[in-house]
Design a protein around this ligand. Structure first.
Ligand code: ARG
Length: 665
């Protein structure tokens, strides 16, 4: 049930009947202006079109516009008589009989009145897509959790969703472990305990590459600081002598330069620190001395793999399954899955042909030995083959898009990828359009960074990114401390065994990570705070899961089961009497609105907000309306009906967020 679209349709018809209709270009544009009321005092929905129409139409003020429209519309089957407020807002209040009938219908509908779309789209979602060869880290949370939620939600709305994990299984990261294996590895250890051994090799080589890079950057950074300082001094001097507006402008640019100096000094300092740390470690510093050109050497190993070198190919085939096992363990823990896992390596055989085709069609041209697609919209071209013959991330993405078009014919392709890849996708979409690779709508569903409590990108003390698995473990531990606190657990009857406690902690801990992530506007950065995210109150997974458990426990206390309640409501209907019952019922029938909002902006936080407001409406209802000691059987049945529906809506919504519920906690 999506009331705003129903109202919008009725208003469009009504507007078309009004004397001023011919003066409006598109009445629909106005009838769409239906919003949930900000304040329940004014009703449940509000139509805001009278003001903009009043501006366009000669001789009528907005109130008169609203009056005319209301004369043409009949909403009796849903609402009480609409009211005009202030400058011309139309307030709509759902009628009691409509609410009661809707709740009665809802209890017989296993989709909680969420309709399947009449126009299903084929939507391909590219998400998670980690670079394997190193363990998954905190940076992989967002894409995995947001992508999974979008897939579940769009599927539930009736779209044909295909999910694809575009694994980075072919890039430099394999050059890194191949180099690591050849120089620091040990066949026996890799065979016995591959995952940690490969992770260790990755860390060593990555560290040494970082060391070499830091050393190489020292001079450039120092020179850059000098130049910036001179520029800053000059700008500051100019600001001194300038006047008025000009002075303000100059001060601003001097300030910007001062910040650049600071940032570059910070980079220099961190390079110096990482060098010092390596040199303080005798093993590492010896390795660094013995592998002075490790960066180039790693690239060599990668190109050898791509060129089909037998040894590197063999090692890649040996390592890849272990890398996959490693990420699959994390996916199992997070309860996420994919229809397809077509990694970058899958597309490698298609790249040479693709580039040749584009050259032949005159769409790609050679420049300085490299093959490029030039674009009007961008200063720099998209390079698709380097001078040395190597293909790039972008080349693979073009081949992937072509393959997806041929294989799935999607209407939309969603790339759930870090905002820092924004430019890559902007270019990719323009190139795809220029080359007519696909008819699909292409969307970069971008997201911000996960920050530590200090507001900086989350890292371990040694500077590496925090492993995802250990983060999940920590969240589950933190959840255990809160929800399985001995004083709390002691109240349960029958007693809560340790297996049940562990299952609850797992659901709450994993749920906490997902919920906290999904609750933020995806485009902004957010601070990761374990302590906050496992709390039982506030906008947290635990609060939502607890609300669900509470709904189940009310049924247990009254001694009825869901089927029985459903049957009573189906035969006798409901009688809503209290404001808290009414508020809860309205919240419940808005489920589909929340899901459509998720699709509209690819914004899971819309669903989280909905879960939270439903849980809050349920808490108020619980405070104000006794169920066990209800004043009459009729009222008790109504309340039980609302409890059952709340449980179902919360469970369904949490499932779409990728979060499990437990029957008691
Ligand atoms: N593997 C890439 C990374 O970790 C993300 C891939 C996203 N998907 C894509 N089709 N480019 O940065």
């Amino acid at each position: 049930m999506h009331l705003p679209s129903l109202f919008s349709q009725r208003f469009a018809e009504a507007i078309a009947q009004c004397s001023f209709a011919s003066q409006l270009e598109s009445p629909q544009q106005f009838s769409d202006m239906i919003r949930p009321a900000a304040n329940p005092k004014f009703g449940d929905y509000q139509a805001n079109f009278a003001m903009p129409i009043g501006k366009l139409v000669e001789g009528l003020n907005p109130r008169q516009v609203a009056e005319q429209v209301l004369q043409q519309i009949d909403l009796n089957d849903r609402c009480e008589a609409p009211e005009i407020a202030g400058p011309g807002f139309i307030n709509l209040k759902l009628s009691q009989p409509f609410l009661e009938q809707t709740m009665q219908q809802m209890i017989s509908d296993d989709r909680c009145l969420v309709q399947k779309t009449a126009a299903p789209k084929k939507i391909l979602i590219d998400y998670s897509s980690p670079n394997v060869a190193k363990p998954m880290h905190v940076g992989h949370i967002r894409t995995t959790v947001i992508g999974y939620c979008l897939a579940q939600t769009l599927r539930f709305l009736g779209h044909d969703v295909v999910t694809d994990n575009h694994l980075g299984d072919w890039g430099t990261q394999f050059g890194i472990i191949i180099y690591g294996y050849k120089h620091f590895g040990d066949a026996e250890t890799v065979a016995q305990d591959p995952v940690p051994e490969l992770a260790k090799l990755y860390r060593i080589v990555h560290h040494l590459m970082g060391y070499q890079k830091a050393k190489a950057s020292l001079e450039t950074l120092a020179a850059e600081i000098e130049t910036l300082k001179t520029q800053h001094q000059a700008a500051a001097a100019e600001a001194e002598v300038a006047e008025g507006k000009e002075a303000k402008k100059k001060r601003k640019s001097a300030e910007a330069l001062r910040r650049k100096v600071q940032a570059t000094e910070a980079s220099l300092q961190s390079a110096q620190e990482s060098i010092a740390a390596t040199e303080a470690d005798p093993v590492m510093s010896q390795r660094a001395e013995q592998h002075p050109d490790i960066g180039t050497a790693v690239l060599m190993e990668t190109s050898k793999l791509h060129a089909g070198d037998a040894k590197n190919q063999e090692l890649w085939e040996e390592f890849l399954p272990h890398c996959k096992d490693e990420i699959n363990r994390v996916y199992a823990r997070l309860n996420v899955d994919f229809d397809h896992t077509l990694g970058e390596s899958f597309y490698h055989p298609m790249l040479a042909g693709l580039v040749d085709d584009l050259i032949q069609q005159g769409l790609a041209t050679e420049s300085d030995g490299a093959i490029c697609v030039f674009l009007e919209q961008f200063d720099s071209p998209m390079i698709i083959r380097k001078r040395d013959g190597a293909f790039l991330y972008a080349t693979t993405d073009l081949a992937t898009l072509k393959y997806r078009q041929d294989t799935f014919q999607p209407d939309e392709v969603l790339y759930v990828v870090d905002a820092r890849q924004g430019e890559h996708f902007q270019k990719l979409f323009v190139v795809a359009d220029t080359l007519k690779l696909t008819d699909a709508k292409l969307v970069h569903v971008s997201f911000g960074t996960v920050l530590g409590e200090d507001g900086k990108p989350m890292k371990t003390r040694s500077g590496s990114l925090i492993g995802l698995e250990s983060l999940i473990d920590d969240a589950v531990d933190a959840a255990y401390q809160v929800v399985c606190d001995p004083d709390r657990v002691a109240n349960f009857d029958p007693p809560m065994e340790s297996t049940e406690q562990k299952a609850i902690a797992e659901a709450v801990g994993v749920g906490a990570i997902k919920y906290a992530d999904l609750s933020h506007d995806r485009t902004s950065d957010y601070k990761f705070s374990l302590t906050k995210m496992v709390q039982l109150t506030g906008n947290t997974a635990a609060y939502a899961q607890y609300s669900y458990a509470r709904a189940s426990s009310i049924l247990r206390v009254v001694g009825v089961d869901e089927a029985e309640v459903q049957q009573r409501i189906e035969s006798n209907g409901l009688t809503i009497t209290e404001p808290a019952e009414r508020a809860l019922a309205i919240e419940l029938l808005r489920f589909e609105e929340a899901l459509q909002n998720v699709y509209q902006d690819y914004a899971p936080n819309q669903l989280v907000d909905y879960v939270y407001s439903t849980a809050e409406a349920f808490a108020k209802f619980n405070n104000q309306c006794h169920v066990k000691n209800a004043p009459s059987q009729e009222i008790q049945d109504t309340r039980l009906g609302l409890v059952v529906l709340t449980g179902r809506v919360l469970k369904q919504a949490l499932t779409l967020l990728g979060i499990n519920v437990v029957p008691r906690m």
